[in-house]
Design a protein around this ligand. Structure first.
Ligand SMILES: *Cc1c(COP(=O)(O)O)cnc(C)c1O
Length: 235
């Protein structure tokens, strides 16, 4: 049987409904939360189906796949890079990515800053924070970001728009609510340290299993993959 791409429209509708409900519960406008469709495991025809449904924010976690896919799709697509980025892969990504969510070390931030100067681009980035430090995830630690904030602010060729985190796996999503809350508090603290020069308005947090809690805690961007494609099978 042909794979039933209509599942994608159904899944998308359901996710948008759940985003809307989470916004209502937390007195936020649905327009304040952007859905990034994570296509890292999606087949090209699934991605085309999503695009035909009007989704233009797509997230990829491997530089190679983003570089290969971007010329195949409309220029209107906004490609979000959400994966671990090695410095030697950054150069090709900078002109293509609308937002790099996953700047996870000071060395990477500095390297991007230098490349941006050379390439005469102004990349938009988020700093990835490892809030629950016991997990082996990439990212700045909470304390590191606070103590190194002056150095961060010296990177003037990048536009640091906010913070990103990945929550640890948990049986109960309520266990990870404090992780999202702490990211928001960290943002507030850093924005205050920047005295209005860096509003850090974006909080990229929440994936398929936890996006509703993330929205309740202030997410402005949720990154949803598997839930969008549930019911479809890759070939
Ligand atoms: C894969 C991935 C997602 C999407 O995860 P799902 O559980 O499939 O929704 C979100 N963010 C990052 C950084 C990812 O690597």
């Amino acid at each position: 049987m042909a794979r039933d791409l209509s599942r994608i429209a159904e899944n998308l509708r359901e996710i948008r409904r759940r985003i809307g409900d989470a916004c209502r519960r937390s007195n936020r406008l649905p327009s304040a939360v952007k859905l990034v469709a994570v296509t890292k495991y999606a087949e090209p025809d699934w991605v085309r189906e999503l695009v035909s449904l009007g989704v233009i924010d797509l997230g990829e976690s491997r530089p190679q796949q983003l570089v290969e896919r971007s010329p195949l799709f409309s220029k209107a697509i906004r490609w979000h890079f959400i994966g671990h980025l090695q410095r030697n892969k950054a150069r090709r990504l900078l002109p293509l990515a609308t937002l790099i969510h996953s700047v996870d070390t000071m060395q990477l931030l500095r390297a991007i800053d230098r490349m941006a100067d050379e390439l005469r681009v102004r990349p938009r980035v988020l700093l990835q924070v490892n809030i629950a430090v016991e997990t082996a995830k990439h990212g700045f630690s909470f304390d590191e970001l606070i103590s190194d904030w002056t150095t961060v602010q010296e990177c003037r060729n990048v536009e640091i728009q906010g913070l990103m985190t990945m929550a640890p796996l948990a049986d109960d999503v309520e266990e990870i609510r404090p992780v999202f809350r702490r990211l928001r508090e960290l943002r507030d603290e850093l924005a205050a340290k920047s005295a209005g020069t860096m509003p850090l308005s974006e909080l990229s947090m929440g994936m398929s299993r936890d996006f509703e809690v993330a929205i309740e805690e202030g997410a402005t961007i949720v990154r949803v993959g598997s839930e969008l494609f549930s019911g479809l099978e890759a070939t």
